[in-house]
Design a binder for this molecule. Structure first.
Ligand code: PLP
Length: 378
């Protein structure tokens, strides 16, 4: 099997699994219990918090563990609206956010709790900060824009957008689920107030994430219950998951430079091959400001779903869009926002490289994609 769908999820690293295992059996204590078994779990969570905070240049008291990127996004948005309720309820976001952001905002609008302005993107999926500036209002309380897009891999100008937010007393949140662990992310340099991350995108386990919330931001609990996470996130902690996520953060930091170099080389090699060998095949997203492991192409005249089936028959795991949109025949909202035609969009193929992939695998995948396109009539 060749796994090239790391944007959907990543295999758990051996070292991560090793770090997690004791917390299922020997160290199974509840972190809230006072005896030593409980304290061992609590200490393990605090270690993971230091590892996670170090990866994004945050203080340990600014990191709150959650059940994943989706919960972090929901919490950040609802939390920001509550914190700024005296100022207003206008939110600015982009048209290419993950559904964890877009559907949360849909629901809040339905509930009459916010008004949303969606900023457009250009053909490469890039947001122009000037477009954000134009739609800022007196009652704008939150700007939520992703750091890197999950489909086409484009990296957004968050620093510039965050500066605009702060000039206007607006909370800045970024969904950095695809970026954390893959490119350098520093919350101070970016100037964000809140940032979402998820374990399973960086060789950690599924079902665990964190929300960074800047110190002194009066973010209140999203789930009601016990006093865990300093009263900010109720519920007995997912200790093995948090330990694994912490370990994944540390390993990602240690290996980042090496991973970026290797993945970028493979990415550019695959993009060059696919766009030159397959008639009509074009790259989607920004050619340089993109995630190191993201190859996204549109092959007009083929059906993305058919391509995936053919690749699967050859043992290759790939995606037609994000994990959430693949499997549905809905055209991608990201590609539509970038101005792609329905034909281009239906021939979308996303190959996301991970650290365990090799150049030989990259070549095999390019050969198989080209052969499948040929078999489908190109
Ligand atoms: N945000 C982005 C950009 C994502 O790519 C994903 C997952 O694909 C999420 C949020 C949701 O994260 P999780 O799967 O941890 O809930």
């Amino acid at each position: 099997m060749i796994y090239m769908d790391h944007g959907a999820t990543t295999p758990v690293d051996d070292k991560v699994l090793e770090a997690m295992l004791p917390y299922f059996k020997e160290n199974f204590g509840n972190p809230s219990s006072v005896y030593q078994l409980g304290a061992a779990s609590k200490n393990a969570i605090e270690k993971a918090r230091r590892q996670a905070a170090a990866l994004i240049g945050a203080k340990t008291n600014e990191v709150f563990f959650t059940s994943g990127g989706t919960e972090s996004d929901n919490w950040a948005i609802r939390g920001a609206l509550w914190m700024k309720k005296e100022k207003g309820c206008h939110v600015i976001t982009s048209k290419i956010e993950h559904h964890a952001v877009l559907h949360t905002l849909d629901r809040l609008q339905e509930e009459g709790l916010c008004e949303v302005t969606y900023v457009p993107v250009d053909h490469a999926g890039r947001i122009n900060p000037e477009d954000v500036k134009k739609v800022i209002r007196k009652d704008t309380v939150l700007i939520t824009v992703m750091l890197a897009n999950n489909e086409v891999g484009t990296i957004e100008p968050i620093k510039e957008i965050a500066a605009l937010a702060h000039e206007n007393d607006i909370i800045m949140h970024t969904d950095a689920v695809q970026a954390v662990g893959h490119i350098p992310v520093n919350v101070t340099e970016l100037g964000v107030d809140m940032l979402s991350a998820s374990g399973h995108k960086l060789s950690g386990p599924k079902g665990v994430g964190f929300l960074y919330s800047r110190e002194n931001l009066p973010l209140r609990s999203f789930l009601q219950g016990g006093p865990q996470e300093k009263n900010r996130r109720a519920g007995t902690e997912n200790v093995p998951g948090i330990v694994g996520f912490g370990a994944a953060c540390e390993f990602a930091a240690d290996r980042m430079a090496e991973d970026i170099e290797k993945e970028t080389g493979m990415r550019d090699h695959m993009i060059a091959r696919l766009t030159s060998e397959i008639p009509g095949c074009t790259l989607s997203g920004d050619p340089t400001d993109r995630l190191p492991g993201n190859v996204h192409v549109c092959i007009p005249g083929i059906l993305g779903e058919m391509m995936l089936i053919r690749l699967d028959m050859k043992g290759i795991c790939a995606s037609a869009g994000s994990a959430c949109t693949s499997g549905s025949l809905e055209p991608s909202h990201v590609l539509a926002a970038m101005g792609k035609t329905a034909e281009e969009s239906s021939g979308a193929l996303r190959l996301t490289i991970g650290r365990e992939n090799t150049m030989e695998e990259a070549d095999t995948v390019c050969d198989e994609v080209a052969a499948a396109a040929l078999a489908m009539g190109l």
